[in-house]
Ligand binder design. Structure first.
Ligand code: ADP
Length: 242
């Protein structure tokens, strides 16, 4: 099996459907490609299938039909350990509520995925220190996450997501639990990361996040793509339309 295709799109969904029980499809025959370097925001009303799409790309959920490829790898065909390895080595994930381990220091949280991938502890520690410095939170390296603000915690989560240099950064409502100032901070961070070449796919209700950091916005309705725009044109004439 060919595992990496440099010329292949970074993400490719081919006629993907996901159906839970006997309800209507959560994702309905959806095809999508994302190239390296894009920052894609998936928008849409609650229940439109955004998280399901993200979870299928992360290998956390399997499509009922169709295929999901990331760097040419059939993510939907992976077994449990292959799927865990894929997530550890190729993608970084950021969640609304940070998902940090409260009894580990900031530095240890950031190092963890590197250590799970077999990186020697000293190298993992050095790389974590470098990332914390780049993200402007090195002064908190030895603190516990509970002492940090929401914005700082999300920066730690981003550092942890980046430690294994993932091809793809996935984010599910990364500003959803943040106050205005912290939200702005995280928007700027994601935008800078994309400008430095990081491919990002995020799911959000935050129009400002999409406007400030996405190079492309995809709007889902009922598990289908209602619009796919290469330029960030998410604000309607009134400035607030979704
Ligand atoms: P969004 O992220 O846009 O809010 P979701 O992807 O979470 O949408 O959900 C899409 C649809 O799939 C919804 O109708 C939701 O109720 C349904 N759904 C999502 N996860 C499950 C699940 N684990 N079991 C049953 N239905 C689910």
């Amino acid at each position: 099996m060919k595992e990496t295709g440099v010329d292949a799109p970074l993400i490719e969904l081919r006629q993907v459907s996901k159906r839970y029980d006997d309800g209507p499809p959560a994702v309905d025959d959806l095809s999508l490609s994302v190239e390296r370097g894009e920052a894609v925001a998936i928008l849409g009303p609650s229940g439109s299938g955004k998280s399901t799409v993200l979870n299928m790309i992360a290998g956390l959920d399997r499509p009922t039909a169709g295929s999901v490829l990331v760097e040419g790898l059939r993510v939907d065909g992976l077994g449990e350990s292959g799927s865990a390895k894929y997530r550890r080595d190729r993608i970084g994930m950021v969640f609304q509520f940070f998902n940090l381990l409260d009894d580990l220091t900031v530095a240890d949280n950031v190092m963890l995925p590197a250590q799970l991938s077999g990186m020697p502890r000293a190298r993992a520690r050095a790389r974590a220190a470098e990332l914390l410095e780049t993200l402007g939170i090195d002064r908190h390296a030895h603190a516990y996450p509970g002492r940090l603000s929401g914005g700082e915690r999300q920066r730690v989560a981003v550092a942890r997501a980046l430690i294994n240099r993932p091809a793809l950064l996935l984010a599910d409502e990364p500003t959803g639990a943040l106050d205005t100032a912290s939200g702005r901070d995280v928007r700027e961070l994601l935008s800078e990361l994309n400008q430095d070449g990081q491919t990002i796919l995020l799911v959000t209700h935050d129009i400002q996040l999409a406007e400030s950091c996405a190079t492309r916005t995809i709007r889902l309705v009922d598990g289908r793509i209602a619009s796919d725009s290469a330029v960030p044109s998410v604000a309607g004439p009134a400035g607030g339309a979704r």
